[in-house]
Design a protein around this ligand. Structure first.
Ligand SMILES: [Zn+2]
Length: 349
């Protein structure tokens, strides 16, 4: 054997599987994937991809590791928390020890409409490891525009969902979920909690879809919206393929990329000298203070108070002032990324 060619021995059990083989393994090694988000779903995805021999993996995440992440974010440990490492960097260090043959591009950044195309344009596939619909719609716009397959995944509590988007062949995310729930209407991991097995099931389905797509087995790709409740033992498949071309989708039919164009999504500013950040959302509907107060019960520290004009509560050590249009002022930080994370955690979008 030439010393220039890395041995395929480490992949021998995967190559023995009929759907992969040596030819499939070589395709995986030549493949490039972008992973958006490296939290719960993202760490399980990255672990699977790198061990499977996906040749290039770009990992994008804006957050740092906290102790309460360790329950489910499988690539991190207590040393990473103590070292105050960003998730993308800690993941890359761990993954390079797992498989040094893989090129890992760790990016500590907030994904937004100004950078998503650059993150996606040079890869074969995009995987969703995020916890919010804003990034998912951005990924969806970018993937449809650039004709890249992507795999959606989401998990909360004991419930998870996934679907695979093959541009031009299957419905896109907006064909199925045209608008995200307005801020405050969606449960988050902070408000509803999450079981690690929920994450592992969904990320495992997503990883398998990645292997199918990258080895060229499009005929076996999942064409349904898959719904799993690991607590109540529900496994459902929603037939969504008929939605393709039936709904007048703003994204894949009209090719009106509203998220990519910056017409939708958050608009965040640091409030100078106030140690506070304002996070605004271009949301069509009004926030329901009553339902947000309900989701914050047991999560907020102290009283959650609201009148018709504003709502105030403290969570995660920060005071939130929230307005009916979804805008929030988060005190105790000047860090825009941190404020966006807090918004996603306690208000949700
Ligand atoms: Zn669509």
């Amino acid at each position: 054997m030439s010393t220039d060619t890395p041995s395929l021995e480490r992949y021998s059990r995967q190559m023995r599987f009929h759907g992969v083989g040596e030819a499939g393994q070589k395709k995986l090694l030549a493949s490039r994937v972008t992973l958006c988000g490296c939290g719960a779903l993202g760490t399980v995805l990255a672990n699977s991809l790198v061990r499977a021999g996906i040749g290039f993996v770009r990992i994008i995440d804006r957050d740092f590791i906290e102790t309460h992440n360790l329950q489910r974010q499988v690539l991190f440990d207590e040393d990473d928390v103590a070292a105050n490492l960003p998730k993308a960097e800690a993941a890359a260090r761990k993954l390079r020890r797992i498989n040094s043959e893989i090129a890992i591009d760790s990016v500590v950044a907030d994904i937004d409409h100004t950078n998503i195309l650059d993150f996606v344009k040079d890869v074969d596939l995009v995987l969703d490891g995020t916890d919010n619909f804003e990034v998912r719609y951005l990924v969806n716009d970018a993937a449809i525009k650039l004709n890249k397959p992507w795999v959606y995944g989401g998990a909360i509590g004991s419930v998870g969902q996934t679907m695979t988007i093959l541009p031009g062949q299957t419905p896109c995310l907006r064909c199925v979920v045209e608008t995200s729930p307005p801020p405050g209407m969606a449960a988050t991991c902070e408000t509803a909690g999450v079981l690690a097995p929920t994450i592992n099931v969904i990320a495992s389905l997503q990883s398998t879809e990645a292997i199918k797509i990258l080895t060229g087995h499009l005929e076996t790709v999942n064409r349904d919206l898959v719904y799993v409740d690991v607590w109540d033992n529900e496994f459902r498949r929603f037939k969504i393929s008929k939605l393709k071309d039936k709904v007048d989708c703003p994204c894949c039919t009209q090719r009106n990329f509203e998220w990519l164009d910056g017409k939708m999504g958050a608009h965040t500013t640091s409030l100078c000298g106030r140690n506070a950040v304002q996070v605004a959302h271009r949301s069509a509907s009004q926030l329901s203070f009553a339902s947000l107060a309900e989701t914050l019960r047991g999560v907020a520290q102290g009283q959650v108070s609201h009148n018709q004009f504003m709502m105030r509560f403290t969570a995660g050590g920060h005071e939130f002032t929230v307005f009916p249009d979804g805008r929030a002022i988060i005190k105790g930080t000047n860090d825009i990324d941190r404020a966006k994370t807090l918004y996603a955690q306690y208000i949700g979008y």
